[in-house]
Design a protein around this ligand. Structure first.
Ligand code: F6R
Ligand code: MG
Ligand code: MG
Length: 382
């Protein structure tokens, strides 16, 4: 039985009018690279899109995850796109390409990667979610809802195939260590970790009864790779759907609540994750608000059939309206927490440069008191 691999690889290679939207010419040149890889049989099929300033390459093939040729194809597409971005004078051209040379695969070189290899079911529906101005942990809450919350996913209660629960692989992105937890039995343990979204990231989900791989998230945290702020790690989530997995509608339901995520303006603010159509996949207000697009496909013999633009629908108008209300509310906090991120997260931003300048001006309370005392005694001696 042929195994199919779905590889979604993304990078910010520069954008139009600020960190706003990908230029069509950069997508066109990436298209050329992928078309050639399809012609020569490296990949079977592909689809190129963008969310905000992130160029997204969706590729199908039969070469497995972390394949050198597939990753090299993506790398070359990004390099070419960055070259065009430079020619056009686009902003932050080549931003996420942290290295000049390619070695084996794109992991650690800047791009985000979500890949899954599987045996195609008779029909293989999948949804791919791509977000801008946020980080991989942004998917913790919705993925939890899809696979573990019976108030979101009716199938967990009703369908015997889901009733056995799911297995979550959670990565500690600081330590580089993972742990696997089973739901529903270890639900509270799972939540104890994944509520800390900047540190514990759901990386994969399997169905417990047969270890079927159901979902995968890109877990690269660019700042942790580069050691300084280089833009947030706008993440990707792939979910297999239906027939003993959450239905498309149950998966989409998880995004009907525009929860607060980190990564807005300068990677330094919390804001609501707003589900939008492809047409609205551009960062605008305060470089956001953080945006999410979703594309639905079927995969047949590694061919991509689709997509359907999943949030291009009035059923999500309510979530968008709520996101705009939350945006107004959060923005009124200006530079104050909890709109602005907590200090540990701000270490990877330019705030540390500002604080550094003030360091020598801090005086201990006792020293100030002593200084005052000596002025006073000097005056009284005169
Ligand atoms: C957030 C993001 C933007 C930039 C902001 C400042 O992930 O990409 O909000 O941080 O536009 O960008 P610079 O410093 O490049 O002017
Ligand atoms: Mg950018
Ligand atoms: Mg981005």
């Amino acid at each position: 039985m042929m195994r199919t691999t779905l590889s979604v690889i993304k990078a910010d290679i520069g954008s139009l009018a600020g960190h706003h939207t990908v230029h069509p010419d950069t997508m066109a040149v990436a298209n050329k690279v992928l078309a050639e890889a399809k012609r020569t049989g490296i990949i079977v099929d592909y689809y190129i899109t963008h969310v905000g300033d992130d160029l997204e390459l969706i590729m199908t093939h039969t070469r497995g995850a972390l394949d050198t040729k597939v990753h090299e194809t993506a790398w070359n597409a990004f390099k070419e796109a960055a070259r065009i971005a430079r020619d056009l004078g686009l902003y932050a051209a080549g931003q996420d390409l942290l290295s000049d040379s390619f070695s084996g695969n794109v992991k650690g070189l800047g791009p985000g990667v979500a890949e899954m290899e599987f045996e195609e079911r008779q029909s293989e529906p999948v949804a791919i979610f791509m977000a801008d101005k946020t980080e991989p942990g942004a998917f913790n809450l919705p993925v939890y809802k899809m696979f573990a919350d019976p108030f979101n996913t009716a199938g967990l209660v009703i369908d015997p195939a889901l009733h056995g629960g799911f297995k979550f692989d959670v990565l500690d992105v600081y330590e580089g260590e993972g742990v696997t937890l089973n739901t529903p039995d270890e639900l509270y343990d799972l939540l104890a970790l994944i509520g800390t979204v900047g540190r514990y990231v759901i990386r994969r989900v399997w169905r417990r009864q047969d270890d079927l791989l159901a979902s995968t998230v890109s877990i690269e945290r660019l700042n942790l790779i580069a050691g300084k702020y280089v833009g947030k790690d706008d993440p990707v989530l792939v979910v297999r759907l239906q027939h003993g997995l959450p239905a498309l509608g149950e998966v989409l339901e998880a995004f009907s609540f525009p929860h607060l995520v980190a990564g807005w303006m300068r990677g330094s603010h919390y804001g609501p994750l707003m589900p939008v159509s492809q047409r609205d996949a551009r960062a605008t207000r305060f470089d956001g608000p953080p945006r999410l697009i979703g594309l639905g496909f079927n995969i047949k013999n590694a061919r991509l059939v689709g997509p359907s633009d999943l949030f291009d629908d009035p059923a999500f108008d309510g979530a968008r309206k709520q996101a705009v209300e939350i945006t107004d509310y959060m923005r009124r906090h200006g530079p104050f927490m909890p709109h602005r991120l907590e200090p540990a997260e701000m270490e990877y931003t330019t705030l540390s440069l500002v604080l550094e300048k003030l360091k020598d001006r801090f005086k201990r309370e006792e020293d100030v008191a002593k200084a005052k005392q000596s002025i006073y005694s000097k005056e009284s001696n005169e």
